[in-house]
Design a protein around this ligand. Structure first.
Ligand SMILES: [Fe+2]
Length: 305
């Protein structure tokens, strides 16, 4: 796990000690791949999905990017149907060459990038605040709130990520991040383990500040959105609290977080905190600009000391 290697951390900004705290991280040695069993989905879980979905759908549709809004329609996600990962995966496959695999929890960087490189996206099958979720993390002091949980849950994975996976350009982008992650791990240049871990952390930072918590200049493609920005980060779009934070900060009603113009070098060196609402957001000009910037700057993630 990359957190164990810190030799080059001095190059980073915004280091949060113990930022990943007590989050459970699965590696290849664990039973990470599971089958979603609908018999285990309780009435309580249907109710939580319904509440989370109903609560956030208007905000997310108003302020989400075009890719997100189109994806919501393509997937026909709704409040009354607890998501079937297989069904969603089949729909995604019709639009792009990606599929969704059900996993037991947060995957380490090796597994995650390997899946993405082979055009697969992981999704958990349990939902925050449910009995199953509490039971699974009973010995782990994590946040398990309605508005946000750092442990992955099916609401974040499905509602936040899956709509985007119906867009081929977006999928190509995620695959190219996975492929670069895999290239770093293959380490054909024989870099030290410290350097490999450092480059993976750079790539994690990039993923975090872009497709997890990124925002974009308003493309003026949705009359419902009167903000300067629109949201393409899955971590934001699946968190009621985080969307509200963006609305309030962009309207000047709160100074909890700042908006910073996208700069790939700065992002690659910026660590983050899993457990809190973000204190900053990087703003891209457009998705096309983001895709091109990643392709043009891969060497940032192949640092050799
Ligand atoms: Fe995510």
């Amino acid at each position: 796990m990359v957190e164990n290697y810190q030799k080059y951390d001095y190059l980073f900004k915004n280091i949060k000690p113990n930022a990943i705290g007590d989050i459970v991280i699965l590696s290849e040695e664990n039973d990470w791949r599971i089958k979603q069993d609908f018999n285990c989905v309780s009435n309580e879980e249907y109710k939580i999905w319904n509440q989370l979905f109903s609560n956030i759908i208007d905000l997310a549709s108003n302020y989400g990017s075009k890719e997100f809004r189109n994806g919501l329609i393509k997937l026909n996600l709704n409040s009354s149907q607890f998501p079937s990962i297989n069904q969603i995966s089949n729909i995604i496959k019709k639009f792009t060459d990606w599929e969704v695999v059900t996993v037991a929890g947060f995957l380490d960087e090796f597994l995650f990038f390997k899946l993405n490189a082979s055009r697969q996206f992981p999704s958990t099958d349990i939902i925050r605040q449910s009995h199953r979720f509490s039971l699974k993390y009973q010995y782990t002091p994590i946040k398990n709130e309605f508005g946000y949980t750092p442990e992955p849950d099916i609401f974040h994975d499905v509602f936040g990520h899956m709509p985007f996976l119906t867009d081929q350009n977006y999928c190509n982008f995620i695959a190219s991040i996975g492929q670069l992650g895999f290239e770093i791990l293959k380490n054909e240049r024989n870099l030290s383990s410290e350097l490999v871990a450092h480059n993976l952390k750079r790539l994690q930072n990039f993923a975090w500040w872009t497709y997890e918590f990124g925002i974009m200049i308003n493309q003026n493609d949705n009359p419902q959105n009167n903000l300067k920005y629109q949201i393409y980060g899955a971590g934001i779009l699946s968190s009621y609290d985080e969307i509200l934070n963006i609305i309030n900060c962009s309207k000047g009603l709160s100074n909890n977080s700042i908006f910073i113009p996208y700069d790939i070098e700065e992002i690659a060196l910026m660590r983050f905190d899993y457990s809190e609402i973000q204190d900053r957001y990087f703003v891209i000009d457009s998705m096309e600009h983001l895709y091109k910037s990643f392709i043009d700057n891969k060497e940032i993630f192949l640092f050799d000391g």
